[in-house]
Design a protein around this ligand. Structure first.
Ligand code: CTP
Ligand code: CA
Length: 223
C-alpha cells in the first residue's frame, strides 16, 4: 500500500538508488574503502518504496538490513557499480546516486596476497564518474547526486549540478558533526539548476530521505 502522506505517488516509476562506499581491491584480501555507512541511500530506497516506486538498490557492502520491497543488487568496486547502473538506466525514471564512489582504484590488483615489506607504493588511477556519464546520456531520467563538502558548500555544489547535468544535488556540510558520514542526522542544501537553493535544517536521515523522495516525485512529474 502506498503511504498517503506523500503528496505525489511514484506508482509505476522505476527508481535506481545507489548506496554505500565502494571497495577498490588491492589484493585478494584487502581493499581501499571509505567511511560511508550507506544509511542515507537505504533510507531513500525505503521512502521511495513507500511512495509506490519500483526501487532497485545498487549497494556496496554495508552493515544495514535491506529495506523490504526493494530489488537488491550487491556490488563492490566503482566499475561494478557503474555496470549495474548503466545496464538498467534506459528503463529508469530516476537515479539517486547516494553512494560514496571511490575517486581512485588500484592500477594493478595483485593476484596473490601482498607480503609485508619495508615500504610499499600503490599506484592509483581515476575511476569513471558514474553520475557524469549518466548526465551525458540522460533523456527523460531525473538525476539526483550527493556531495559532501567541508567548505563553500553551495558554490562547489552548484559546480557539480552543472558539470554533471543534474536535476538536483543534495549538498551536505560535513564540517559539522551532525551531518554526513556515519551519523543518523543530516543537513545541508537541495540545489537545482534553475531554481533557488533550499536550505535543509538538521533532521534524521529518514526525514531527509522523505523530503528527497518528495522532490524526486515533483521532478519526475515536471519532465
Ligand atoms: N560520483 C560518481 N562517480 C564517481 C564519483 C562520484 O557517480 N566516480 C557521484 C557521487 O555518487 C555523488 C556525486 O557524484 O552523487 C558527487 O560526488 P563527489 O565525490 O562530491 O564529487 P566528485 O565529482 O567526485 O568531486 P570531488 O570528490 O573531487 O569533490
Ligand atoms: Ca569524489
Amino acid at each position: 500500500p502506498v503511504d498517503s502522506s506523500f503528496a505525489l505517488s511514484l506508482t509505476g516509476k522505476l527508481v535506481i538508488v545507489t548506496a554505500g562506499g565502494t571497495q577498490e581491491n588491492i589484493d585478494p584480501v584487502r581493499y581501499i574503502g571509505n567511511r560511508s555507512s550507506g544509511k542515507m541511500g537505504y533510507a531513500i530506497a525505503e521512502q521511495a518504496v513507500r511512495a509506490g516506486a519500483h526501487v532497485i538498490l545498487v549497494s556496496a557492502p554495508t552493515n544495514l538490513k535491506v529495506p523490504d520491497g526493494v530489488d537488491f543488487v550487491l556490488v563492490d568496486s566503482a566499475r561494478s557499480m557503474q555496470q549495474a547502473v548503466d545496464s538498467r538506466f534506459d528503463s529508469a525514471d530516476a537515479v539517486v546516486m547516494a553512494a560514496a564512489v571511490a575517486d581512485f582504484r588500484v592500477v594493478n590488483m595483485a593476484n596473490q596476497k601482498i607480503k609485508k615489506m619495508e615500504t610499499m607504493t600503490l599506484e592509483l588511477v581515476k575511476n569513471p564518474d558514474i553520475l557524469y556519464g549518466l548526465g551525458q546520456k540522460k533523456s527523460h531520467q531525473v538525476l539526483i547526486g550527493f556531495a559532501a563538502e567541508t567548505e563553500r558548500v553551495v558554490e562547489y555544489g552548484m559546480g557539480k549540478v552543472h558539470k554533471k547535468n543534474l536535476d538536483m544535488l543534495v549538498a551536505n556540510d560535513v564540517s559539522k558533526s551532525t551531518a554526513g558520514f556515519n551519523v543518523d542526522t543530516n543537513e545541508g542544501y537541495f540545489l537545482f539548476p534553475n531554481q533557488d537553493a533550499k536550505e535543509i535544517p538538521n533532521m534524521s536521515k529518514q526525514e531527509m530521505a522523505k523530503a528527497i523522495v518528495e522532490e524526486l516525485a515533483t521532478l519526475i512529474q515536471s519532465k
